[in-house]
Design a protein around this ligand. Structure first.
Ligand code: GLU
Length: 423
């Protein structure tokens, strides 16, 4: 199977990791079989009236991969390359991610095939509300809980939560996380994915006995995850030497001024032309000889086509699925440490869980509480996975999957969703 096309075979590629981790998970075959197929798939048509009067009908999906450990949880992506295979893979990763950091959730994901950069704000609002009209009976605070993902944000989550309340005639803020604070969002959700990754890199730095100032970092992607990651890493004293977005990248071996980059994007809309840096392509950024590479955009950016040229010592996957299974093996052979997505970017869904808990309790936490709990979760789960990786001499990805599989397998074996019922 080729791993170069952006999403062909993505789900199969994703679940192939289960077989590799199975020997270390100490669970039965039946649990494994159950996790290889998504539980439920919904495809919907979303008619949207454009500002010029034209009607456009968009395609959307929502996939619930597995709910043995709790209601399904996962974001909604607006992107032109969304397809069912991709949403299935993303839902599967959410199941593994929630188990990896021990949240009482299964995995789900949604997507709409659309280029939101071509839509006005009002068109995006109508699309967001239309998507909820279409999936309202599929989701719910104890069934399936969406959140932001690529090209969706707090404002969109606010519209969606409001639309759900209109349809169901009840206020149910716990149906969606990543909402604006004014509508029941949690403090600390905005930068949680990036922050969780930074907490882990701080643990890696301890293990590697790194001096922060000597650690060079390249961040691919400057959306909600990448831009916060660059900002937080720079604030901790790491040297962020390259950043990139869809317009291309900026490189400065002495360190990019991340605060200036954020201002530049705010003023001009992209990183293009950032002063005091040289332009670099996204492809070249991935191949820089840095200490840490942080892919923070889309899946499959490191494949058999470029894996031999990746020179980073550590790859911290803040995106979902940026490394193909084939490239994983290449990196392992070269001794590159990969902090896998199901651990590295789990900070987002972890704070989504805190938001859901706060919504259900009707009691809201201060920022310090969110950060403290997040750091504890990320650090403890990293330590457990690292131990598994050392004990069995396996890479961090397989160790993370084995760790998640144990929890998922135990839930299946305990009778969750009647998977093992034989009476
Ligand atoms: N979209 C994010 C992810 O891939 C967050 C999901 C959530 O908060 O439910 O992990």
């Amino acid at each position: 199977m080729s791993d170069t096309s952006p999403s062909q075979g993505l789900f199969d590629d994703a679940i192939s990791r289960l077989d590799l981790a199975f020997p270390y998970a100490d669970i039965g075959e039946e649990a494994l079989a159950k996790l290889k197929k998504p539980k439920e798939i919904l495809e919907v048509a979303i008619p949207v009236r454009h500002d010029d009067g034209r009607l456009e009908v968009y395609t959307g999906y929502r996939v619930r991969h597995d709910d043995t450990r709790g209601p399904t949880k996962g974001g909604i992506r607006f992107h032109p390359s969304v397809c069912l295979d991709e949403v299935k893979a993303l839902a599967f990763w959410m199941t593994c991610k929630c188990a990896c950091v021990d949240l009482p959730f299964g995995g789900g994901k949604g997507g709409v095939v659309v280029d939101p950069t071509q839509l006005s704000l009002f068109e995006i609002e109508r699309l967001s509300r239309g998507y909820i009209d279409a999936i309202a009976d599929f989701i719910g605070p104890d069934r399936d809980i969406p959140a932001p993902d690529v090209y969706t944000n707090a404002t969109i989550m606010g519209w969606m939560a409001d639309q759900y309340a209109i349809i169901k005639r009840v206020k149910a803020p716990a149906v969606i996380t990543g909402k604006p604070l004014a509508l029941g969002g949690s403090l600390g959700r905005e930068d949680a994915t990036a922050r969780g990754g930074v907490y882990i890199l701080q643990e890696v730095a301890k293990d590697m006995v790194w001096d922060y100032g000597e650690v060079t970092v390249a961040v691919q992607g400057f959306g909600n995850v990448g831009s916060h990651a660059a900002r937080l890493l720079a604030a901790e004293g790491f040297r962020v030497v390259a950043v990139s977005d869809v317009s291309g990248g900026c490189y400065n071996p002495q360190g990019v001024d991340v605060a200036a980059a954020l201002e530049h994007v705010k003023a001009s809309g992209s990183l293009r032309g950032l002063p005091n840096s040289e332009p670099i392509s996204n492809a070249d950024l991935l191949e820089l000889p840095v200490t840490v590479l942080v892919p923070a955009a889309l899946e499959r950016v490191i494949t058999h086509a470029n894996v031999d040229r990746i020179r980073a010592k550590v790859v911290c996957e803040l995106a979902n699925g940026p490394i193909s299974a084939h490239a994983d093996e290449g990196l392992r052979q070269r001794g590159t440490m990969v902090i896998p997505d199901i651990l590295a970017n789990a900070g987002g869904v972890t704070v989504s869980y805190y938001e859901w808990v706060q919504n259900k309790a009707g009691l809201y936490w201060p920022l310090g509480e969110v950060h403290g709990r997040l750091r504890r979760t990320m650090t403890e789960e990293y330590r457990r996975i690292r131990q598994l990786s050392t004990d069995h001499r396996i890479g961090m990805r397989i160790a993370a999957y084995a760790h998640a599989l144990r929890r998922m397998g135990r839930a299946v074996e305990a009778g969750g969703t009647r998977a093992m019922y034989t009476g």
